[in-house]
Design a protein around this ligand. Sequence first.
Ligand SMILES: Nc1ncnc2c1ncn2[C@@H]1O[C@H](COP(=O)(O)OP(=O)(O)O)[C@@H](O)[C@H]1O
Ligand SMILES: [Mg+2]
Length: 265
Amino acid sequence: MVETFENVHSPGQARVFAVVNQKGGVGKSTTAVNLSACLGELGHKTLLLDLDPQGNATSGYGLNRSQRSECVYDALLSDVPLEALIEPVEIEHVFVVPATIQLAGAEIELVSALSRENRLKNVLAPVLGDFEFVIIDCPPSLGLLTINALTAAGGLIIPIQCEYYALEGLSKLLDSVRLVRSHLNANLEVFGVAMTMYDSRTRLSQQVVEEVRDFFEDRVFETLIPRTVRLSESPSFGQPITLYDPLGKGAAAYRSLAKEVVSRV
Ligand SMILES: Nc1ncnc2c1ncn2[C@@H]1O[C@H](COP(=O)(O)OP(=O)(O)O)[C@@H](O)[C@H]1O
Ligand SMILES: [Mg+2]
């Protein structure tokens, strides 16, 4: 099946998705890690690029942040080829460009850098032919790192937590998207909205999903990511949910999300 796919679609250019929402704690890193794992499980060669100085996507795959000397910072600001930073992980077909706390400096250093919004796009370009998907985990802000992700991406995946004030702040994100679209990346689109930490027992979760569907319509993925303890535990074991709890609800949900992503492209 996989081989047929690869034979028919001889490697073209990767689809690049930025997982973005300037609010923290909405499930960006959880989605970036587990979506990439599930795309890999489906046989799609996938690169997860950690663009958050917190490095949660990096540690979510069990890569040690404090022990490494180089990270995506060095590609953005020190002319290290991105290719040199790509590491394999425990899941076949999945590769990670890690982030360390050093990346925190990039937000400020980029301000005075030449073509500061295009850095990531430029360093990614040489590796796009090697992957089917690139997933970028963004920091919880609309600073220059996120703008770099919006400039490099073809589509946005916006995780929204099923909580009060779910839509708050999103107009600001969409303003940034419009600005990037008109000045830096005309192709940028909201590819999908992923509802996270859904609790089917609460009326609130259902209300939030309805509200978000009213706003984003069919861009909201049908898959609802449930709130499960397993999903919150897996990062501390350095494993995506497909390894930590392969038969649980969380793994099933992210597998379903990955299939939706594949079917939409
Ligand atoms: N579906 C879920 N069920 C339970 N806990 C979750 C779920 N998704 C994320 N979490 C937890 O919520 C916290 C915030 O998630 P995270 O993915 O780090 O958000 P962000 O990257 O947007 O800041 C983390 O502790 C994470 O483990
Ligand atoms: Mg995060």
